[in-house]
Write a protein that binds this ligand. Structure first.
Ligand SMILES: [Zn+2]
Length: 404
């Protein structure tokens, strides 16, 4: 084999080809460093003397599907300036790895299209080797996400596994990139993010979160000048939860058997947007019957429909009128759940109407969260936390096949 093939195919330069062996289905190249290229690894001097060598083996890119091993004696050199004996440096492999950089690049390329398992099988290495290659690549790129140009963000937490573990995720709403993954939820989980944000001197203009006190407090403290928008999906979701509880209570309290029957199974119908009711299953008719038989339920249900209108107005002033009207009607309804929700809305009206200053939501985070959950169902989500988090940073690039 020629020296130029060694360089172009395997990324190895400054070595001479010695021989090729075929062992157990593998191609084994033996190469040798040209003594004229010996340098001192400390000072770079050429005035070095050879002091024995140590043989090492590296994996390199396969040929025709056959694994390729590169074997070479790594010389030890004594520098006449530094007066020490050191191993001559390698430039085609990381000193602590048993594969070449060309192999690493090839494995990363495969990782764009294949799962870790597929790439490992194809290259005939262990799952851990491919994971290690991916992890180091991810560390290079995401250990410190750039925050300087961050303008609009969404913050939300995601339950991992069976709900006892949380991650708090911050998304750059302009690029769709995850810029922070914190352990746990609430204010503590965000502390490292605020620190990095300050260090980057970022000027965040708008942030979307749910209405939880922890986020309100944290945003007030760390992003005092930013527009804080309460995400409308979360507001509607919160109302849907109240509606569900209300229906459940009515069902439990119903004494009349027929009444009970009608309420039964209406939970999903109540939560569905009316335009999604299925005519084939007569969903609209069933819902209407339940509402007819139960006036308070009907009131709460129609108030849910009206609630959505708050975010569909042409401007902030009109939206403010719609919101105040909703609050007024809820207060006058004599239905406790509505009155309580009216109080919640009144308390958060600034952040709700802030949507009209900056039309952002945590919606884009939902997609990211779903991908995180898919990833987490793969076993590696728990085996190596750092790797799992790094994978989250890489989600928007879809540089890797999602599953492991
Ligand atoms: Zn030296």
């Amino acid at each position: 084999m020629s020296t130029s093939l060694l360089y172009h195919a395997f990324g190895i330069r400054g070595y001479d080809y010695v021989k090729t062996d075929y062992r157990e289905g593998r191609v084994v190249f033996t190469i040798q460093r040209r003594p004229s290229t010996y340098r001192c690894p400390l000072c770079g001097s050429r005035r070095v003397a050879s002091r024995g060598c140590q043989e090492r083996t590296f994996r390199s890119v396969p040929i025709g599907g056959k694994p390729v091993l590169v074997v070479l004696p790594i010389p030890r050199v004594e520098c006449s300036t530094c007066q020490v004996i050191r191993q001559a440096p390698l430039d085609f492999a990381d000193p602590r790895r048993s594969y070449t950089r060309a192999f690493e690049r090839y494995a990363l390329e495969l990782s764009r299209r294949m799962t870790i398992q597929d790439a490992a099988r194809h290259l005939q290495v262990s799952w851990d080797v491919i994971k290690d290659i991916q992890k180091r690549d991810l560390q290079r790129r995401y250990r410190k996400p750039k925050l300087k140009k961050l303008k609009q963000i969404a913050i939300d937490e995601i339950a991992i596994g069976h709900g006892h573990r949380y991650l708090t995720v911050v998304l750059n709403l302009e690029t769709g990139a995850v810029v922070f993954v914190g352990e746990g939820k609430g204010a503590d989980a965000l502390e490292p993010f605020w620190k990095r944000l300050r260090a980057a001197r970022a000027r965040v203009e708008a942030v979307a979160t749910d209405m939880s006190p922890a986020y309100i407090q944290a945003v007030r403290e760390h992003l005092g000048d930013a527009v804080h928008v309460f995400d409308h999906f979360h507001v509607i979701k919160l109302f849907n939860e109240k509606l569900s509880d209300f229906r459940r209570d009515l069902h439990r309290e119903a004494t009349d058997q027929m009444h009970k029957e009608v309420l039964k199974g209406t939970r999903w119908l109540l939560l569905k947007n009316p335009e999604n009711l299925d005519p084939k299953k007569k969903e609209r008719e069933r819902l209407e019957e339940a509402l007819r038989m139960n006036q308070p339920l009907a009131t709460v249900y129609y108030m849910k429909e009206d609630l959505r209108q708050i975010w569909g107005q042409p401007d902030k002033a009109t939206a403010a009128r719609v919101l105040e009207d909703w609050i007024g009607r809820a207060e006058a309804s004599c239905i406790k759940v509505l009155q309580k929700f009216a109080a919640t809305l009144a308390m958060h009206r600034t952040g709700i109407l802030a949507y009209y200053d900056c039309r952002i939501s945590t919606g884009p985070l939902e997609g990211t969260n779903n991908k995180i959950k898919t990833m987490q169902r793969q076993a590696y989500g728990f085996r190596d936390q750092e790797f799992f988090k790094l994978k989250i940073y890489a989600i928007h690039e879809s540089k890797y096949a999602l599953v492991g």
